[in-house]
Structures are given as structure tokens and as C-alpha cells.
Design a protein around this ligand. Sequence first.
Ligand code: SF4
Length: 118
Amino acid sequence: MANKGLIFCVCQGTCPSFQQMNIFEVVNTLRIEKLVDFVGIHPQLCAEDGDSFFEILLSGINDKIDKLVIAGCDPNMQRKMFRDAFENAGFDKSKHVGVDIRNMTTEQAMEAIKKVLI
Ligand code: SF4
């Protein structure tokens, strides 16, 4: 079975880019529709405790996750910011799919994430 996870990063909840959407509605809809096996919300994945979060969450379970979608800022920035944490956790970075959801509405964010999950 393909295990897919979704983690939302929300820039501390204060960034204007995330104010047009209801993140809880997005994650709840995607889990009810069974498009993801687990969901999470983190306030600031690019902070040091974001590295710890990934290292704790992903260590030793590389073979249990097929796709890890991170919805937040630019995917290229994500790749650079999370590279060391993935490496330290032994997580295959090619399973990471970044989705830029900044300045989107709830519906737009949902569609953008669905595109990479289906
Ligand atoms: S990882 Fe991206 S979305 Fe998350 S806090 Fe940092 S800049 Fe913001």
C-alpha cells in the first residue's frame, strides 16, 4: 500500500500569504476523502525545531512512506531547507513533493494538493 502524508507549514500563522484559506478545512477534506494516510500542521518547518520534527517523524520509516507532500512555500526553497533534515533522518528526498500554496483560497489550495496526491 502506498502511504502518503501531508504536512502543512503555515509560516507561524501570521504570514498574509496564508490568510485567505482555512487550513483545517483543507487537511480535513483530504483525509475524509482518504487521499492521505496522515496529516500534520507545523508552524515553521524552516526553524531549527522543524529539522528536529522531521528527524523524529521520519527516522527509520523511509520504507513506510511513499510520498510526503509539504504544502507551504516554494518547492525549490523547501528542497534546500529540508535537505539536511531528510538526510539526517535517512529519508529519501525524492519522496518529498513540495506544493506552493501561498496566496491561495481554501479551494485553490485543495486542488493544488490533490493534483500531486492523485
Ligand atoms: S518552511 Fe516555508 S512556509 Fe514554512 S515557515 Fe519556512 S518559509 Fe514559511
